[in-house]
Ligand binder design. Structure first.
Ligand code: AMP
Length: 473
């Protein structure tokens, strides 16, 4: 996933960027970085871990002078977690310094990387973002924006970028607008950020969303917009609404919180069950559970309590850590669970790790019956645009034969999912347009807006690149 942030011409650029990244922490917790420049030099600080643990101290911020800054929170969906994979990346090109922060995943990164290595390119990282820098560096065009456009025409996938040169701050959103990017303003200093919640934290104004396929170029006292790609309909990733964005953010003019509540309302309409209480897997299932309780008139209770000092379970990449994390994170509220028929709501099931542990916990706490209801459809297709659900054989709904089998595996009396139609209704659409769906919803439907071409390639071709992973810098 990842969170990106950039600010142009502000006296406290590094501090503002640290605050912005802090409010985007939910988009990636493995590592973070800030690059600034002060018209003479670029300065870069990158750390493994959380923004609050790394960028609150004066000694770090003091190493980041200048009125121009970009920052990045990392959630590894491509490339391993070494410091050299941490963004923003910086490079000295023929025309001057360049720094880049990227949210998303390129679907043709392996083939591009292979071609570039063949031509003698030297890669410092295993991240797909470095490919964009290499393509910019090799472009024959003369001005920087043209070089960038040249690179953009070669990459495919879901991406939002913030790019900083000595004179410009540039924001880019992919042709389908799969990943989000918004423009804000803090006392006359333009801001580019993944989500609107990061404008609130610094008291900045929301100006507008960057459109799909749009490049916004910010220079002294000017914001220019260009759209080099053929116009197509925007298809933001529905997963931003289901899970990734913070509930206090707005995307596509819609409140994320309200959309999630609507998922619960639709779910209650589609799947009626008698029960004593509705409870949620905190925090991800909360808004849908509130909507479900409102619609079904079954009382909502806090049946599970979350320890807020543990990060998002899923964000730890290794499966063992994920399992361990789930137990660290939640506890059953015994008094509220004992002897009750429970409707348990979560936003989604990916690998099934979370619900399996939670159900065991509720059973141990004396629940009489557990009916699990999910505020999105079954995830049966892997992602390739930056959401960390890449392998089909790890997706519970893909490996189990049917929903009954899934329910048995999880250990619940019944299991229901929101239908794709219900999901679209909750988003305020009468129905899903079959020719050009309103959202990127491939995880449920298998309809990929950009065909993941690297999947078709012979992986052994790229094994020569694997030496990179052995060097842990
Ligand atoms: P799992 O435990 O693998 O079934 O993952 C489902 C849990 O992780 C749910 O509680 C979700 O809130 C959260 N989740 C859902 N989708 C994702 C995703 N793509 N990346 C990270 N976490 C997710």
């Amino acid at each position: 996933m990842c969170g990106i942030f950039g600010i142009f011409d502000h006296n406290d650029a590094a501090t503002i960027t640290a605050l912005g990244l802090h409010s985007l922490q939910h988009r990636g917790q493995e590592a973070c970085g800030i690059v600034t420049h002060n018209e003479n030099n670029f300065y870069s600080e990158k750390r493994l871990g959380l923004v609050g643990d790394n960028f609150t101290k004066k000694d770090v911020i003091n190493k980041l002078p200048g009125k121009y800054a970009i920052g990045h929170n990392r959630y590894a969906t491509s490339g391993k977690t070494f410091l050299r994979n941490v963004q923003p990346f910086f490079a000295d090109l023929a025309g001057g310094g360049l720094s880049i922060a990227h949210n998303g995943n390129l679907t043709n990164s392996l083939s591009l990387r292979h071609k570039l290595v063949d031509k003698g390119a030297i890669f410092q990282s295993t991240s797909d973002t470095e490919i964009i820098i290499q393509l910019i560096a090799r472009s024959r065009r003369t001005n920087f924006v043209d070089k960038l456009i040249d690179a953009l025409f070669q990459i495919q996938g879901g991406y939002s970028l913030v790019v900083m040169t000595g004179k410009k701050l540039i924001g880019v959103r992919d042709p389908f607008g799969i990943r989000p990017l918004v423009l804000g303003d803090l006392d006359g200093s333009p801001i580019l950020t993944s989500e609107t919640c990061s404008l609130d934290i610094i008291g900045a104004k929301f100006i507008r969303e960057i459109e799909n396929g749009e490049i916004v170029i910010i220079t002294d006292n000017k914001i220019k917009s260009i759209k080099p790609f053929p116009e197509i309909k925007c298809r933001p990733d529905i997963f931003e609404y289901i899970y990734f964005s913070r509930p206090d953010s707005e995307l596509g003019g819609k409140s994320i919180y309200q959309c999630r509540k609507n998922f619960g309302i639709e779910l209650a309409t589609e799947s009626k069950t008698k029960a004593d209480i509705v409870t949620a897997v905190p925090d991800s299932g909360m808004p849908a559970a509130i909507g479900f309780a409102e619609q079904s008139k079954i009382p909502f209770e806090l049946g599970l309590i979350r320890n807020h000092y543990v990060g998002r379970t899923f964000i730890e990449p290794a499966q063992q850590v994920r399992q361990f994390g789930v137990r660290l994170k939640h506890n059953a509220n015994h008094n509220c669970i004992r002897g009750k028929k429970i409707i348990l709501i979560d936003d989604s099931i990916v690998r099934g790790t979370t619900c399996l542990k939670i159900v065991q916990m509720l059973n141990n706490a004396g629940a009489k019956e557990i009916h699990m209801k999910i505020g999105s459809p079954p995830i049966i297709h892997p992602d390739c645009y930056g959401v960390d659900t890449p392998k089909q054989d790890e997706l519970l709904a893909a490996v189990k034969k049917n929903i009954k089998d899934m329910a048995k595996f999880i250990g619940v009396k019944s299991l229901s999912f929101l239908s794709v139609e219900g999901l679209y209704r909750a988003m305020g659409c009468k129905k899903r347009n079959e020719d050009t769906p309103q959202f990127t919803d491939h995880c449920f439907t298998g309809d990929y807006p950009v065909v993941p071409i690297d999947k078709a390639l012979d992986k052994s071709k790229f094994d020569q690149l694997s030496f990179l992973s052995n060097v842990n810098i």
